[in-house]
Design a protein. Structure first.
Length: 136
């Protein structure tokens, strides 16, 4: 009992630190789920399918994106935080419709730019947009 009294403040500090850590981890996990839900509602796409398409269509050959091992390209800009950028493609307001257009037909926006038009359906573009917005 004497040990407990002597170390009560240290014990309380450790418990407070653990509570803070649990809160941070929970916020991160639930925040990501909320971000994904908002991204899918905003775009009408499926973020899981978007990740599969992002990899299958070779997007990572030109772009980097944290958390996607296949995304290690150095031609295009990093795609981290694309959901909070003001502009996509150097000239379009960052809206779901514009990012879907940029993903599928960038040459129609900025002819001659380094990003090729990639054959895909409108739903494919929505899914990739949902995935990108869900990454933050």
């Amino acid at each position: 009992m004497a040990w407990l009294r002597a170390n009560a403040y240290a014990l309380l500090a450790v418990l407070a630190a653990l509570a803070l850590l649990v809160a941070i981890v929970a916020n991160h996990l639930f925040g990501r789920a909320d971000l994904r839900t908002r991204a899918e509602a905003l775009t009408g796409g499926n973020a899981d399918r978007g990740l599969t398409l992002f990899v299958a269509k070779g997007c990572g050959g030109c772009h980097t994106l944290e958390g996607v091992p296949q995304a290690n390209g150095l031609v295009g800009p990093p795609l981290d935080g694309v959901g909070v950028r003001e502009i996509v493609g150097g000239k379009l307001a960052n809206t779901p419709e514009n990012i879907e257009l940029w993903i599928s037909a960038p040459q129609s926006i900025v002819p001659g730019n380094a990003m090729p038009d990639i054959p895909m359906t409108a739903q494919d573009a929505k899914d990739i947009a949902a995935f990108l917005y869900a990454t933050g």
